[in-house]
Design a protein around this ligand. Sequence first.
Ligand code: ATP
Ligand code: MN
Length: 465
Amino acid sequence: MSIKRRTRVREALTSCEVAKEITVMGWVRTRRGSKKIAFIALNDGSTLNNIQIVADVPAFHEDLLKQVTTGACISVTGTLTQSAGSGQSVEIQAKSIKLHGPADPVTYPLQKKGHSLEFLREIAHLRPRTNTFGAILRLRHAMSYSIHKYFNDNGFYYLHTPIITGSDAEGAGEMFRVTTLDIMNPPKTEDGRINYREDFFGKETNLTVSGQLEGEIGALALSDVYTFGPTFRAENSNTPRHLAEFWMIEPEMAFYDIHDNMDLAEDFLKYLINYALEHCVEDLRFLNDMYDKELLSRLNSVTDSDFVRITYTEAIDILNSSGMKFEFPTQWGADLQSEHERYLVEKHYKNPVIITGYPKAIKAFYMKQNDDGTTVRAMDVLFPRIGEIVGGSQREENLQALENRIKEIGIPREELWWYLDTRRFGSAPHSGFGLGFERMMLFITGMSNIRDVIPFPRTPNHAEF
Ligand code: ATP
Ligand code: MN
């Protein structure tokens, strides 16, 4: 490597090698001091904490120090010394300072402390330099890593499913079209419709809403697989829990029934929370103190709890006898809304809840039907503050039953010929679920808006940055 070796702030702060000369690089958070001495708080994103740089003002060019202002990027070489100030163990006595990039104090937007999250969304290109987003982005990384670690340690294979899909059969929401046709002047068929045969793929294509159908192909060959990739939904739902582009983790397991599926989901979610508690406690403590005073206790309580398991029918009975006035109806057959889910979790059980046995009419075609003929082996995991965090099911492995359901719903069968082949040749019972990564990040960080747990949120009317 040709770049000059630097010490990360994280390493410098935990180093015991006092009197050693080191070089740190980063962005100035604050500068204070007098005509004689300057104290610079420097952060390089490696940790929540800043390292204090102490500079003898007369030893430096006036022009240089003038530009060492909030937001500027500098290199500092100096000796690591025991700090006299409280709140830090070591600091750096600066010997030389190099300015990489100044930041005009008049126009740099992150001057004062305590910007609102709404304001920070408008400067999503700069918000990673705040304590809050530094913590969230480090946690996002740690969670991604722990997801791969969990599955790898448990013998799952990471399967890369396509982002561009030729089937719109998943039925999980509105899709974004992928096309290279000239939208001002598209080729037409004889009956006046757009001729997708002339499009790039020779057919209609969209961005995927889920990797599940391909995940099932993986499971019926490698037994235990998972996907972890971006998914896209053009649903115009401007809520604090929906994004148009979000990341989803979808394990799919051969020889799992719905109970095995629930066991895996519960174990997996607890593992991820424990991983964050063990490896990211500094960032979690910061978020706990700044945004959500119950964050740490909530995380601990979920890892200590046994998730409640009830059927949809039981859930409806509880809601109907709750005496609550809900905005949406709670009669049997209606989908559960977030207000219902949160009532069950936060008020009734005070525990995460897994609901199974949903009416088949409100769930996807591939879910395995129960013997009652009206419900399916679906499972939704509901979390405090979030509502639905996981959606999954045991899949229908019987070819005839699956074909009947496809016909019943009116899905074009030709499009699914490859999917149906998995049931035609060596079919096996199997199950899987999808965890919305940003819903998990909402839970882990205690943030209340999903736009604040992804670096570059995509929502209706927002695709800046
Ligand atoms: P919801 O009812 O909350 O819209 P869904 O039933 O559409 O969710 P699924 O199709 O089961 O969700 O997707 C699996 C998981 O993906 C959900 O449990 C949730 O964690 C996440 N998810 C779904 N839609 C979104 C979205 N628009 N933005 C972020 N995460 C999402
Ligand atoms: Mn949805």
